[in-house]
Ligand binder design. Structure first.
Ligand code: NAG
Ligand code: NAG
Ligand code: NAG
Ligand code: NAG
Length: 518
């Protein structure tokens, strides 16, 4: 709705208390914790009995567990969507992650969440992973709305020496703003980032609202020559896990869980918890069964990270805040990672800054704040899970239905992967507060199994969240409606921003440090 300036002026003239109240009320602190590569079945609120996550679970159970919540299948697209409120297909980030020597990043014309929050007087800090471009300083977080950054720029890192290896390139990747940090070798990344987050909270001037984006390295694999890294203290907690990779992974999760508890306690110490919103989300589904050298788990969901099956895109997440009314529940309200931007701005009473700022370049995210708080139906009925022309994969969810066209890795990662080192049963999973309930599996090769390289597959996720029963032949009208919707999204895809590698970006040319080169 367009309100002429004059009319707006007189509204404020006659109702000055509206403005006064708003100024008197402090905007909430926003604590956005992003786990990297955490799978559906890697938190105990979803049923993982292998890896207890007591700190995560406590906040999740007191808050709202988001059980119908989607992310994108990999890092760069998810983080770009999170910070702009847009689908990757509208940002050019839909095709693959950013590799260190590629000269591209999140488009400079995009407005980020911290830039919007600045309009409400927020102080913005990022701790941990960026992964949205660094080839030129303009792309760095401190030039995209953040007041400080302690962390790394690549997609992954060594947890102890803080180096990043990609293909043949290797270099140090730890920064305090723009300064290279060389004296923290040997310090475990999860603890380092947690300490930094604690310090930010403890020294924060509470007369201004805080936005803390804590983007953990955990539980991503480190460099491929030593991918699974935890400390002895965490490792020793999991003697019952008989698979070495899964046990090391469990140690990485334990560090993450402890971090969430410590951040919460810091907020409490300062009395900031009473006016805070804590969002916890993974960036994508888990790399299971040695995908990316890792042992995350999405069972009983299908697929892994970088696939459009539920295991790749249905995210582990919760929201916690005393400002929410209807808490202590498992939500089935449909949500997408792009919704956080308008939802957080709504919690901060800053929704209007989006429309004012970006009228010709609308966001895709939907404000879920009141739906979550009041437990009313989500305004979202569709989630575009991704379109990537270069890999010929498409997936879209509309209400209960999901359509998939094509598959990544020629179908090599299309299966169901139970967690290693345990005997898990459906019965044990169902006891968890937020477990998904699956229909019985089909034998492969039966007429209803999905063969995504041969033709589109259709699933009814309300009855079949595990994607066993392809309904494409049985429900041709639904299939056609879904294809029509997909075609509409398909016409809005912008070209991917990906660039070929540029040798000038090699760290060996910058003293074995990953550094901007343009
Ligand atoms: C690392 O170096 C920075 C900058 O010189 C300094 O502020 C910090 O205290 C040092 N940290 C450690 C653990 O030595
Ligand atoms: C906190 O910020 C307020 C407003 O800018 C300022 O007046 C106050 O002195 C600051 N407090 C501290 C301890 O720096
Ligand atoms: C799983 O069950 C099998 C067969 O009952 C048993 O041999 C194996 O030790 C069990 N594994 C674990 C980790 O409990
Ligand atoms: C989507 O658009 C691309 C490029 O315009 C086209 O090649 C492709 O066939 C379309 N796919 C679908 C499913 O509409």
């Amino acid at each position: 709705m367009y309100i002429p300036r004059l009319v707006l002026g007189s509204i404020l003239y006659f109702f000055p208390h509206v403005v006064a109240e708003r100024q008197a009320k402090q905007r909430p602190n926003i604590i956005l914790i992003v786990a990297d590569d955490l799978g559906w079945n890697d938190v105990s609120f979803h049923g993982s009995q292998q890896i207890p996550t007591p700190n995560i679970d406590r906040l999740a159970r007191q808050g709202i567990i988001l059980n119908n919540y989607y992310v994108t299948p990999i890092c760069t697209p998810s983080r770009s969507s999170l910070l702009t409120g847009k689908y990757p297909i509208h940002l050019g980030t839909q095709h693959n992650v950013l590799n260190g020597v590629e000269p591209w990043g999140l488009g400079l014309e995009e407005i980020t969440l911290p830039q919007y929050l600045k309009k409400g007087g927020y102080v913005n800090h990022i701790v941990g992973k960026w992964h949205l471009g660094f080839f030129s300083e303009n792309y760095l977080p401190t030039n995209r709305g953040f007041d400080s950054h302690f962390g790394y720029w690549l997609g992954h890192s060594d947890y102890f020496d803080h180096s990043g290896q990609e293909w043949g390139d290797w270099g140090l990747d730890l920064r305090n703003n723009l300064d290279v940090v060389r004296n923290l070798t040997g310090r475990y990344a999860t603890d380092l980032f947690t300490k930094r987050a604690e310090r930010i909270i403890h020294t924060h001037n509470t007369s201004t609202p805080l936005f803390l984006y804590l983007a953990h390295l955990a539980v991503h694999s480190a460099n491929e020559y030593d991918p699974l890294q935890t400390t002895k203290r965490y490792y020793d907690r999991f003697p019952h896990i008989k698979h070495e990779g899964r046990r090391l992974f469990a140690g990485m999760v334990a560090g993450l869980d402890e971090s969430v508890g410590r951040v919460y306690r810091s907020l409490k110490d300062r009395g900031m918890d009473k006016n805070s919103v804590i969002v916890f989300t993974t960036d994508n589904g888990g790399p299971a069964a040695s995908f990316d050298y890792n042992y995350a788990n999405n069972w009983p969901l299908r697929g892994v990270k970088d696939t459009l099956w539920e295991g790749g895109v249905r995210g582990s997440a919760f929201i916690w805040s005393p400002l929410l009314k209807n808490t202590g529940r498992v939500s089935t309200q449909l949500m997408h990672i792009s919704d956080w931007l308008p939802t957080i701005l709504s919690a901060a009473e800053l929704n209007d800054v989006i429309t004012r700022a970006d009228i010709n370049n609308p966001i895709d995210g939907i404000d879920q704040w009141s739906a979550l708080s009041e437990n009313t139906p989500s305004a979202r009925t569709e989630v575009l899970l991704n379109i990537d022309h270069d890999r010929n994969v498409y997936a879209l969810r509309v209400k209960n239905y999901k359509i998939i066209l094509g598959t990544t890795y020629n179908g090599d990662w299309d299966n169901w992967y139970p967690p290693e080192g345990t005997n898990i049963t459906y019965a044990s999973m169902k006891q968890a507060p937020a477990a998904v309930k699956c229909a019985p599996p089909l034998n492969p090769g039966t007429p209803q199994s999905c063969m995504p390289l041969k033709g589109p597959c259709l699933f009814d996720l309300a009855n079949d969240p595990c994607e066993y029963h392809n309904l494409a032949d049985q429900q041709p009208e639904v299939l056609q409606r879904m294809l029509d919707r997909l075609t509409i999204y398909n016409t809005t895809v912008v070209p991917p921003r990906n660039q070929p590698p540029d040798p000038a970006g090699k760290p060996e040319r910058h003293g074995y440090v990953w550094a901007p080169w343009k």
